[in-house]
Ligand binder design. Sequence first.
Ligand code: FAD
Ligand code: NAP
Length: 277
Amino acid sequence: MSEDNIQTVKVLSKTTWTPSLFSFTVTRPESFKFTAGQFVRLGVNPSKLQYYKQQGEAQSQATDAAPDEDIFRAYSIVSSPFDEVLEFFSIVIPDGAFTSQLQHLQVGDELLLNTMPFGFLTLARYQQPLPKDLWLLATGTGLAPFLSMLQDLQTWQDYEHIVLAYSARSQEELAYVEQIKQLQADFGSLVDNPARLIFVPIVTREPMEGALTERLPQLLLNGELEKRAGIKLDNDNAHVMLCGNPEMVEDTKETLKELGFVMNRRGEGNIAVENYW
Ligand SMILES: Cc1cc2nc3c(=O)[nH]c(=O)nc-3n(C[C@H](O)[C@H](O)[C@H](O)COP(=O)(O)OP(=O)(O)OC[C@H]3O[C@@H](n4cnc5c(N)ncnc54)[C@H](O)[C@@H]3O)c2cc1C
Ligand SMILES: NC(=O)c1ccc[n+]([C@@H]2O[C@H](COP(=O)([O-])OP(=O)(O)OC[C@H]3O[C@@H](n4cnc5c(N)ncnc54)[C@H](OP(=O)(O)O)[C@@H]3O)[C@@H](O)[C@H]2O)c1
């Protein structure tokens, strides 16, 4: 990784969704440009994170134990390419090298940002002419790149319907629901059609009113996803993007292939994917 691309950014806000899910915003370096759907590498230096300073008695032990090296991980950008700040949505893996540190972030802390944007889970990968519909299928924090795309007016102008199906284990882990409804209202009115975005929440491990309960591949096979979306999902009319759990991506991709969909290569084919681990 080139040192030239690494800049320090400051944490501006933090939202805790559950003990294992949170979001945060950081300052955006002026020169940093990206396309909706891309990811960056964020870095922490455990021994420098401010929380150690605030742990009183535990401080000296923690600083001794903390490795004095930067740890970087890939993070999709939630915010739009036009925002002044950068937003991220993170899991906490209790024994994960990165997130066990990142979970203690506080406003005012510094993070490292590699300002080289990566990734091809972008709408630019598809060639014209575009089909009518865009289907965005996410599990967990895999929602992030789709939130960025949905804050880009071009996405709303390019597709007649955008279906966002978002699967989490429990209702409390279904983050960003209010923000999704706000996007529906705000961008929907800009294109004179709030119904252009069809949001399909999926909660798999407990009942939730208004949410589907099965996994995405089953919902594709039994027709429940189409039924809930109120539109047909067919090969001629749709781009389909998958993001999140690699097993979901694999199982859903194979299901879509059985239904006649084709992986997107060199602009052609409908399916595009990103695995988070
Ligand atoms: C292209 C790309 C984009 C990514 N974007 C995001 C993002 O926006 N938000 C985010 O939280 N993570 C994202 N990740 C995952 C992220 O890079 C790290 O894996 C995550 O922060 C955990 O780091 P860790 O060192 O604590 O644990 P790791 O050692 O990296 O992971 C340990 C295990 O935790 C599980 N795991 C890792 N990441 C996740 C996750 N996001 N959700 C559920 N389980 C997970 C897997 O079982 C993994 O094997 C992305 C990964 C890739 C490749
Ligand atoms: N969620 C928690 O309570 C929690 C807490 C601490 C740590 N973790 C760790 O975080 C990681 C995963 O957390 P997560 O809940 O964000 O992600 P996840 O396990 O990927 O679950 C998110 C959603 O993806 C679905 N899914 C999983 N595999 C699928 C597949 N093959 N096809 C279709 N859908 C699939 C899940 O359905 P199912 O419910 O059917 O699996 C769930 O609805 C694990 O390493 C876990 O140990 C989780």
